[in-house]
Design a protein around this ligand. Sequence first.
Ligand SMILES: Nc1ncnc2c1ncn2[C@@H]1O[C@H](COP(=O)(O)OP(=O)(O)OP(=O)(O)O)[C@@H](O)[C@H]1O
Length: 333
Amino acid sequence: MGVEVVVDGLTKSFGRQVIWEDVSLTLPAGEISVLLGPSGTGKSVFLKTLVGLLRPDRGHIWIDGHDLATYKENTLYELRRLFGVLFQDGALFGSLNLYDNIAFPLREHTRKSETQIRQIVMEKIDLVGLLGAESKLPGEISGGMRKRAGLARALVLEPEIILFDEPDSGLDPVRTAFLNQLIVDINADIEATFLIVTHDINTARTVPDDIGLLFRRELVMFGPREMLLSSDEPVVRQFMNARRHGPIGMSEEKDVSELEAEARMGHDPGVLPPIPPQLMPSGGGIRRTQRPPGEWLAANGVTPPEGSFVDEQGRDWLREYPRLLKAHLHGVT
Ligand SMILES: Nc1ncnc2c1ncn2[C@@H]1O[C@H](COP(=O)(O)OP(=O)(O)OP(=O)(O)O)[C@@H](O)[C@H]1O
């Protein structure tokens, strides 16, 4: 099971440029969280700060009773092993084949024999669907394959927390759908804590348990997926539904005259579109940390729009989920 990450009052600036201030959130153990925000709001800086590559100005990052924000470099090294990171381009070594790339952290950070390493590497290669491609160089394979190889490498040291920096960047919609399914399946399997930075609104709407949104140097909202998908807070409604109307403009913020013009026309949060069902693990399982569809909405008295929780095959997950859960529990006991 992954670990909880508690971020408390985190602030980061470069010189006089404040990137974000007083960010507080909890990544629940074993859950999938997504961090959103317009370009340049500091999502990558947040990931780098979490993993200890950048030092925050203020605040705390609590993991297992340790505050990463105040750790000395030599102890940080140990704590960093809790993390697996999938960088945007996979960050593979161009001169090493996929096998050696994926074996690299094991050779660097463990004393495992080559036989043990082979077993782990081949298991991860199989998990990400790259069997047969082990001897290829990164330059010889597609961007999607490079990301999957990067994911295999992020998994070999059995991390408790996995950070994904725009896993869907540069991928076509079909490859993105496959990668999202892989992410959900891996979460179901290893139950680590996941944080995904993405611009892909479909990923943000269907994959996570929790969503956070950075805007104007602060964390506007962080909470259960259904809370953000049904929110009428203007910037959240605009971003979650990819609309032009709202506080976010072409460059990061709309200027005062644009906002005044919109205000004169009245606040228009737009009609809330149906809330899609959450992506389920393939193979009919349920993730241990998954919440039943509609749970947050019901607990908070929010009625979802017509057509919510219906998938592309016409299945209504408000009805489907309890059945699946029952079958799952019977299968387990
Ligand atoms: N090492 C650094 N030194 C100085 N400024 C930096 C550094 N790293 C990032 N920045 C600045 O921090 C700001 C946020 O950058 P970041 O890459 O985190 O944004 P982002 O939200 O991930 O953007 P995008 O969605 O476009 O990838 C930018 O203005 C960037 O120039």
